[in-house]
Design a protein around this ligand. Structure first.
Ligand code: SF4
Length: 414
């Protein structure tokens, strides 16, 4: 007996795969992650990386299907407005199971099943009908397994927490997301340049490090989630004499209502103050983000501009646009190594507004070259999300563990 398991996400898979292996211990089990219904791509990747991590942990071979979003969108066309558990979901199951059954045939599997059966919000009957119909066409058997009953759902949540698995807060597709979160869905769908605090890109970076560290370097990891006051830049622009000036915005700057037209009134040190809206401009040797130490919390609208533009700025009237948003969000910290290590070094997981930050390759190289010290408890590395907004992760780590981490960005050896 050879079973191909279509996998939708790590939380649904973790208990399902464990039970399947216990109940079918003589069977060969392979996993297939095929989910072009997940939007946007960063969310898809996040769920994939976590699935790869748990499959490695459970010793299950995993294949990834194509991320063919267009094909999925045309499959459900005409049913965009359907509620969850409606016709669109039935088509979505069909599409994913047809591809899975095709792949099962290619791999010589005799049976197909899906971790969707574990998902508390899915209609089991709808899944059963879809699975049986599809499998019949391909001449294989559908394994209908209800592992939710008898405390299975609770065990799934317990295992997910224990393994610190990323748990999504929406089913997957853009249509369900828009219905569920309304205008708040925007932040799930936006792709950021770099890894902004609390973003999917930032989470993905941390999860990718964890996957490699645990499965390839064999080092232990621990994660914490923390809440923080997030500051998001929606739009920022300044112009003098119709000429747009390259600028960044100081974190926690407040918004400007409409377009602000103002005159410079005085320059104190490297700061130009304007006569309206509390606007100020910080002149920098070169255009780059403020050091984390300089973050002062909520402040007047403040742009950062390269010093070369000083004569132009002092000459004329400025026109400024600035839209920012403050929200309560979550971010992660990941500790590689022991909490009791002699030294703990902290590295920012997010990137600054100007795009600076460490790459995945750099992080892995650093961990690889220090793997022995990490394993022996001489060193540990802490990757902290949202560090560009005053390092709330570092503070949270200290609160949770009593340990102070040395921030590598502030030291000379980074
Ligand atoms: S809500 Fe979920 S199951 Fe339904 S169509 Fe969207 S992704 Fe598929």
């Amino acid at each position: 007996m050879k079973i191909l398991v279509h996998i939708c996400c790590a939380p649904d898979a973790v208990y399902f795969l464990k039970r399947l292996r216990e109940d079918y211990h003589n069977a060969e089990i392979i996993g297939f992650f095929y989910d072009p219904n997940i939007h946007p791509y960063e969310e898809y990747k996040l769920r994939l990386v976590e699935t790869q991590r748990i499959c490695k942990e459970l010793g299950i071979e995993l294949y990834e299907g194509d991320y063919e979003v267009e094909s999925w969108l045309s499959f459900v066309k005409g049913y965009e407005e359907e509620p969850e558990r409606g016709k669109r979901c039935s088509l979505c199951f069909d599409q994913r199971l047809i591809k899975s059954a095709q792949f099962a045939k290619e791999k010589g599997a005799t049976h197909l099943t899906t971790t969707l059966l574990m998902s508390p919000k899915k209609d089991l009957l709808m899944l059963k009908e879809s699975g049986e119909r599809v499998c019949k066409d391909f001449g294989i058997d559908f394994l209908f397994l209800d592992y939710r009953k008898g405390g299975g759902t609770q065990e799934m949540f317990r295992l997910s927490r224990e393994m610190e698995i990323y748990h999504q807060d929406y089913c997957g597709c853009v249509y369900g997301l828009l219905k569920q979160k309304k205008e708040k869905a925007l932040w799930d769908l936006v792709s950021f340049g770099g890894r902004r605090p609390g973003s999917k890109e930032e989470k993905l970076f941390i999860k990718e490090i964890r996957l490699i560290v645990e499965t390839e370097l064999g080092l232990s990891c621990k994660e914490w989630e923390f809440s923080f006051l997030n500051w998001k830049l929606l739009l920022g622009k300044i112009e003098v004499e119709g000429k747009s000036i390259p600028s960044l915005v100081k974190p926690y700057s407040s918004s400007i209502r409409g377009v602000l037209k103002a005159e410079p009134v005085e320059k104190v040190g490297n700061t130009i103050y304007y006569n309206k809206g509390g606007l100020r401009i910080l002149l920098k040797e070169k255009l780059e983000d403020e050091p984390v130490e300089n973050i002062e919390g909520l402040c007047n609208p403040t742009f950062l501009v390269a010093k070369d533009y000083e004569p132009l700025l002092l000459k004329g009237r400025i026109s400024a646009l600035l839209q920012t948003e403050i929200s309560y969000d979550q971010s992660l910290i990941l500790l590689v190594g022991s909490q009791e290590a002699d030294e703990i070094y902290a590295i920012p997981a997010d990137t600054l507004q100007d795009g600076r930050g460490i790459s995945l390759a750099f992080a892995i190289e650093l961990l690889e070259s220090n793997a022995k010290d990490i394993a022996l408890g001489r060193k540990a590395y802490l990757f902290t999300g949202a560090s560009s907004l005053g390092n709330p992760g570092l503070k949270y780590f200290k609160e949770r563990t009593g340990r102070k981490a040395i921030s590598l960005l502030c030291s000379q050896n980074f």
